[in-house]
Design a protein around this ligand. Structure first.
Ligand code: ATP
Length: 740
């Protein structure tokens, strides 16, 4: 067995000194809230009683741009309220609403804060409050199922309109899954932004609005770009847990108690973003609702035919080891086992269950479990949960019913039923008279409903960069991240149209949550983020997880079993029930057809109206065209008139001037002609010159040739002459004469 290295509630004050004030309906008095309080209506005046909207969900945002250098200790200070270290406060003695928690200490004095706030208010952006959320129609559902995709735009203004978002969403809705049955619905996903208590940490990357479903993420250089994510609900820093409960969880709790369907709510997010804080508030609010409902049911049943029982269990998954937080001493070396039956139900053998009879009982069990939970200190959170915790509330109801036949059917309270497995908190009383005539057939049956509400506080995803974790704590962080990754992978698959095989066995977390994830539970995911810029990456990862979860649908059925006194009658009853439900389905189909007929009629009417509008537009255009043509005609006439006037004017102009101009033009033409002639003459002359030059060149060449020939002849003659002289000189006769 892994020995937890973490401390167990070491920082908690003794249980007796604790109270549940942290689950207060009143908003937490954060410095930001204080800063705004001067310009906001007081919670009581702002919110009419009975509405579900938070009394204080101001849409006014303050954006300060401060340069911050992060250090783990500073981060911890920023994220931790300066008050009691306890996450969990014990139940108050009565059921009166808890009181507001104390304002966390701020390092600034009130005056300092006021000055800071005044500065920031100068830059406050006011955003128009969102229209109140309306009931979601099936088409809305389909559209919203596509919102896993990110909407990007460049400015706050352009993303500000809900209409714009809806349009973009419906355009990308093609990947969404259709709802196949009545109970099929998407997992409800909301995002809660935790408050920051240190005013020096005020560089925020997120704003909400303008509608309750939008969260605007600023990114890019100087945070100029904005991405809009859209969820079922987005809760700003000053929204109370009670409001989160009422708007995102309450209806799931109601279907656990009223309809016998299972419910699962989980908190997800980076470490220290308020998951445990939120989950404790939700458990407290759910407990109140469950016991209020019980009280009403008992009153209605008049103490006669109803047996109810509320049981709780709590387990934690630490380092892939499952532990019973209500029987911590009984844990075996390998932790609790997980068994799955043939119908896919998951059982945890030996997990202890406590029957609780009141809100106080339930909260005392929660406190006990929280005391036993594995926590450890990190740079981000002094009491960081190192495990995933599943707090399970099981609601059991046995109701004896009678069906009378002999005319109209009606149900009455029973005379008796088995009380053998009743325990604390179970009520069982005999009803009075069973009236009716002798022909009446009475069928007695026992309807048992067992539904569970799983409240899952997941351990926080963490980055070592921020937590500064080392050694065992770092290993714990690694395992936490690993199991969260498996959960995310399963959710991605579940969100696919054709999910194929899903391996829930990859982690114990997904094995335990399998019945809920695979469909038999209404589900809500509360994803917690920090608004601070330095946790932008972690928050983005949480928002991406939330977007993926939006695509998952579940189909929670009623967990009801019916036992009849008489087996044969029971079989008939079941057959009647089956036929009734078939008839109801057929009727429903008819109703849906009628609705779609009505819708298409309305669409035709709309189309005809738009055709009429288009016709009017065409008529207007035709009229404009006619007017235009008339104007053109008028202008043409005016133009012709103008030309005629000009002609008249030119005919009565200066004749002499025209004459001289004419002369000048003639003279000019004459000159041009002369220039032309001269150019031509020049060209002829040049040509002749060239010809003459060629001729003289030729003559020169011939003369030179002749001269050469003469020279050569002369040379020959000279040579011959010399030979002749030489011959004559050497002639014997001359020689003889000379000698003489
Ligand atoms: N909305 C809130 N209002 C007031 N205080 C809050 C709020 N959210 C969180 N806190 C405080 O911030 C601290 C951290 O919150 P919490 O322990 O719930 O975070 P966590 O997400 O469960 O963290 P981890 O994953 O580490 O367990 C607690 O002291 C808690 O009281």
């Amino acid at each position: 067995m892994n020995t937890p290295t973490s401390t167990r509630m070491s920082s908690l004050p003794p249980a007796g000194n604790l109270n549940f004030s942290s689950f207060d309906k009143s908003p937490v008095d954060t410095p930001r809230r204080k800063a705004r309080s001067s310009m906001l209506p007081s919670p009581s005046s702002a919110q009419p009683k009975g509405t579900s909207k938070s009394p204080s969900t101001p849409r006014t945002k303050k954006i300060l741009q401060t340069s911050i250098s992060a250090s783990p200790n500073k981060l911890k200070k920023a994220m931790t309220p300066q008050r009691s270290q306890s996450k969990l406060k014990p139940p108050s003695s009565s059921l009166t609403p808890p009181t507001a928690p104390k304002t966390p200490k701020s390092p600034l004095s009130i005056d300092d804060r006021t000055v800071k706030v005044d500065n920031s208010l100068a830059r406050t952006n006011s955003v128009t409050p969102a229209p109140k959320k309306t009931v979601r129609t099936p088409s809305d559902k389909v559209a919203r199922k596509s919102t896993g995709s990110l909407l990007a735009s460049n400015s706050f203004g352009s993303t500000g309109s809900k209409r714009h978002s809806l349009l973009s969403l419906s355009l990308s809705a093609s990947s969404s899954r259709e709802y196949n049955s009545d109970n099929e619905e998407a997992v409800k996903v909301c995002v809660r932004i935790r408050p920051v208590f240190d005013m020096t940490w005020d560089q925020r990357a997120y704003t909400t609005g303008p509608s309750d479903e939008n969260i605007i993420v600023r990114t890019g250089l100087n945070n100029t770009d904005t991405n809009v994510y859209r969820f079922d609900n987005v809760y700003d820093e000053d929204v109370t847990t009670q409001h989160v409960y009422e708007t995102s969880v309450q209806d799931i709790v109601e279907s656990v108690t009223r309809q016998g369907r299972n419910g699962t709510v989980f908190t997800y997010g980076q470490t220290s973003t308020g998951k445990t804080y939120t989950m404790h508030g939700i458990i407290s609010a759910a407990a109140k609702d469950i016991f209020n409902f019980l009280a009403d049911e008992r009153e209605k049943a008049d103490g006669s035919s109803l047996m109810t029982c509320v049981k709780v269990s709590c387990m934690e998954l630490y380092n892939e080891e499952l532990r019973d937080l209500l029987e911590i001493s009984r844990v075996s070396s390998s932790g609790l086992g997980i068994r799955e039956d043939r119908r896919g139900n998951v059982h945890i053998p030996n997990l202890s269950e406590r029957i609780v009879g009141s809100v106080e009982d339930l909260l005392a069990v929660l406190l006990e479990a929280d005391t036993n939970r594995t926590v450890g200190s990190t740079a981000m959170n002094e009491r960081s949960s190192r495990s995933h915790t599943i707090f399970r509330i099981t609601y059991e109801k046995k109701e004896a019913k009678e069906t009378r036949r002999g005319g109209a059917m009606k149900e009455q309270k029973s005379q008796s039923f088995d009380t053998s497995d009743s325990g604390d908190g179970v009520e069982c009383t005999l009803s009075g008279h069973l009236g009716g005539d002798e022909n009446e057939k009475i069928t007695k049956k026992m309807v048992t409903t067992v539904s569970t509400l799983n409240l899952v506080d997941l351990a926080g995803s963490e980055s070592v960069k921020h937590t500064g974790a080392t050694g065992d704590r770092q290993k714990e962080g690694g395992r936490i991240n690993q199991s969260l990754l498996t959960l995310s992978t399963v959710l991605v698959k579940l969100g696919n149209k054709d999910p194929g095989h899903i391996n829930y066995r990859d982690s114990k977390l997904t094995r335990i949550l399998k019945p809920s994830l695979s469909g038999n539970a209404r589900m809500a995911a509360i994803c917690c983020i920090s608004p601070l810029v330095q946790f932008q990456d972690e928050s983005k990862s949480t928002l991406d997880f939330a977007s993926r979860t939006m695509l998952v649908t579940t189909n929670a059925s009623k967990n009801e079993t019916v036992e009849y006194d008489d087996e044969i009658v029971g079989q008939f009853e079941q057959e009647i029930e089956r036929l009734k439900s078939e008839t109801a389905n057929a009727e429903k189909g008819q109703r849906q057809l009628a609705v779609s007929l009505q819708e298409s009629t309305e669409q035709i009417v709309c189309l005809m109206a738009s055709i009429e509008i288009e016709k009017n537009k065409v008529a207007t255009l035709e009229k404009q065209n006619y007017d235009f043509m008339m104007q053109v005609e008028e202008l043409t006439l005016m133009n012709e008139e103008l030309k005629a006037t000009e002609q008249k004017q030119s005919s009565s102009g200066d004749v002499a001037l025209l004459k001289s101009m004419e002369n000048l033009t003639l003279h000019n033409e004459h000159l041009e002609k002369r220039i032309q002639q001269l150019v031509e003459e020049k060209a002829q002359l040049e040509f002749r010159l060239m010809r003459e030059m060629n001729k003289s060149e030729k003559r020169k060449g011939a003369a030179l040739e002749k001269r050469k020939q003469f020279k050569s002849k002369l040379g020959d003659m000279k040579a011959r002459l010399r030979d002749d002289i030489t011959g004559a000189v050497s002639h014997p006769a001359l020689q003889a004469s000379t000698a003489r």
